[in-house]
Design a binder for this molecule. Structure first.
Ligand code: SF4
Length: 217
């Protein structure tokens, strides 16, 4: 089971397989793989291809317990890492309480290492409450997948279980995060075309959150 991993030149590497004694091992990000669960079924997500999902080493046969996640972190000197990112092959905020507990442990142990959550931004819908206040003082960055410049295209792409209203809920989540989290960004992939990227920039300007255009993997 891959709980912690890192990423280098397009390749995911189990942290266990990284030689932490070499100079090259420094300045990495740690990614935390908490869950496969997600309320979306994005057209572009590798999880949709069962074969891909099962052959991908990030696929979890069962979710790691909080103790297992902390046990993995205990093996490393966290000061050697630039950022700790809850990400993985599913939506990390589906395990909200567990994520917060691990984040608390990390802040107690290594308060200077920034923590980021990469999310679809639908956590308020998932948990039926405003969750941004819970992230205060624990999460340094929330990175939200904007995916599209309008509700119809967003719903067509994400095929999430909440319906067309999910787009506005995701934007509302971004706004509420600004109150409690230092860095809030929204992301789109670079293959959606310049016109759509510009339209997404307009959405971000309205919401007051920076847009990051990231390479499609
Ligand atoms: S939100 Fe992320 S994990 Fe969930 S289906 Fe979409 S791409 Fe996959």
């Amino acid at each position: 089971m891959v709980i912690l991993y890192t990423y280098n030149n397009g390749v995911y590497i189990n942290l266990k397989d990284v030689d932490m004694t070499t100079k090259e091992s420094g300045h990495r990000n740690i990614y935390v793989n908490l869950t496969n669960q997600c309320p979306c079924s994005c057209t572009f997500c590798l999880r949709n291809t069962k074969e891909m999902a099962q052959s991908n080493s990030l696929w979890l046969d069962r979710e790691p317990t909080i103790q297992e996640v902390i046990g993995e972190f205990e093996k490393y000197d966290l000061s050697k890492f630039d950022e700790i990112i809850f990400c993985g092959f599913g939506e990390p905020l589906t395990r909200l309480d567990d994520l917060l507990e691990v984040a608390k442990y990390l802040k107690d142990r290594s308060g200077n290492t920034p923590i980021r959550v990469n999310t679809n931004g639908l956590a308020d819908l998932m948990h039926k409450k405003k969750i941004a206040p819970l992230l205060k003082d624990l999460i340094n960055t929330v990175s939200i997948s904007l995916n599209a410049s309008n509700a119809e295209e967003y719903f067509r792409l994400t095929r999430n279980k909440f319906g067309i209203e999910s787009y506005d809920a995701m934007l509302k989540f971004a706004v509420s995060c600004k109150e409690y989290v230092t860095n809030v960004v929204m992301t789109v992939v670079d293959c959606i075309g310049q016109e759509e990227i510009d339209a997404c920039q307009d959405v971000c300007d309205t919401v007051g959150v920076p847009l990051r255009v990231r390479p499609f993997e």
